[in-house]
Design a protein around this ligand. Structure first.
Ligand SMILES: Cc1cc2nc3c(=O)[nH]c(=O)nc-3n(C[C@H](O)[C@H](O)[C@H](O)COP(=O)(O)O)c2cc1C
Length: 370
């Protein structure tokens, strides 16, 4: 009798809503700043298809939901007809290889600069508290921010509506769903975190009030495209972009309990060890209480390698693992995990550069003999 190869938990199939996925390795959303004039380019087709496997799940880089959502240069948008048309061939190409493709919808909030805003106006946020200049996760660039303008209460439904329309546009472009970007110090996270949100209206103060904006966006998006096409990403423990909460456990638990009633496609949470997006730290925090309290598919991300991902799936700490930097530098990551093959190292200095090839589509595939 021949010995059976041991099962690799990351390589086991998983049913996500109506999708039968062939493994648990997810492409994490990765901003690449190569979408000139906010339009995905032909090189995006190559980048995403390189990372597509039959039955794999890909989450697109953050896409701006409106003109005021912009925060960095050359990020793709999903608010105009032209942007929708430009996404179509990218999505079609991923589908042709059997991938399931979700669009991350995003608003920068105060993580912006007037140069990106319509008429050079101040960026919008839940607050008018400014953000100090921040080092990017490539460890090189420093971003400067314009002090934000605090949204008036009656302006907030318009921003909720921008997310709703972006979700509709994503489906029009052919995406299988959307991931609401509620993480990493951007607009939704700014509302949720008590060290940023200093509002006195129904969107500030109590935990319930601070999460109201997120809940309204989820509800509007679910009503527009259906709960089976809506995921969300949250990072209650992160302090990226000075977005900190004094009780991240309570925030995370409150949010997953709120999500349960919508029966959305998935909840995607960033590990407490990823305080900033590109730096792994030791942390006493844990996502386990949220994993247990959430009744749907739970995706985790942040500092995972093959061994850690396998353990998390085997121990039931997560249903699927999203990989960022390792998937960036290893377009065939699921194959490498299957074979336990060595990984290409990533080059942080090219993370946010604008070349259509370098640090993007030039990472080598594993050389396999036929
Ligand atoms: C170059 C780069 C771009 C990123 N862009 C996004 C993004 O658009 N949206 C998002 O939610 N997270 C973004 N992240 C965070 C990653 O999705 C991921 O959570 C992080 O890299 C930690 O996972 P890892 O240890 O597997 O890399 C980005 C990270 C990097 C390194």
């Amino acid at each position: 009798m021949s010995a059976q190869a041991p099962t690799v938990p990351l390589l086991t199939p998983y049913k996500l809503g109506k999708f039968i996925l062939s493994h648990r390795v997810v492409l994490a959303p990765l901003t690449r700043q190569r979408s000139y004039n906010n339009l995905p380019q032909p090189h995006s087709i190559l980048y995403y298809t390189q990372r597509t496997s039959n039955g794999g799940l890909l989450i697109a880089e953050a896409c701006e939901v409106s003109e005021t959502a912009r925060g960095y240069s050359d990020m793709p948008g999903i608010w105009t007809k032209e942007q929708v048309e430009a996404w179509k061939p990218v999505v079609d190409a991923v589908h042709a290889k059997g991938g399931v493709f979700v669009c991350q919808i995003w608003h920068a909030g105060r993580v912006s600069n007037s140069e990106f805003q319509p008429n050079g106006q101040a960026p919008i946020s839940c607050t008018d508290k400014p953000l100090t200049p921040q080092l990017r996760s490539n460890g090189i660039d420093v971003d400067e921010f314009t002090p934000p303008r605090r949204l008036m209460t009656d302006e907030i439904p318009q921003i909720v509506n921008d997310f709703r329309l972006a979700a509709r546009n994503a489906i029009e472009a052919g995406f299988d769903g959307v991931e609401i970007h509620g993480a990493h110090g951007y607009l939704i996270d700014q509302f949720m975190k008590d060290q940023v949100n200093d509002r006195k209206d129904q969107y500030g103060g109590s935990l319930e009030n601070r999460c109201r904006f997120a809940r309204e966006i989820i509800e509007a998006t679910v009503n527009e495209i259906g709960a089976d096409k809506v995921g969300i990403r949250l990072s209650p423990f992160a302090d990226h972009m000075e977005s900190v909460d004094s009780n991240p456990e309570a925030l995370g638990l409150y949010m997953v309990q709120s999500l349960n009633k919508y029966r959305i496609l998935y909840c995607h949470m960033v590990e407490p060890r990823m305080k900033a997006t590109g730096v792994k730290n030791e942390s006493p925090g844990s996502l386990l209480p949220m994993r247990k309290a959430f009744s749907g598919t739970f995706i985790v991300a942040g500092g995972y390698d093959r061994k850690d991902g396998n353990n998390a799936v085997a121990e039931g700490r997560a249903d699927r693992i999203a990989y960022g930097r390792w998937f960036l530098s290893n377009p065939d990551l699921p194959k490498r995990f299957e074979l336990n093959a060595p990984l290409n190292k990533y080059d942080r200095s090219t993370f946010y550069t604008s070349d259509p090839v370098v640090g993007y589509t030039d990472y080598p595939f594993l050389e396999t003999t036929a």
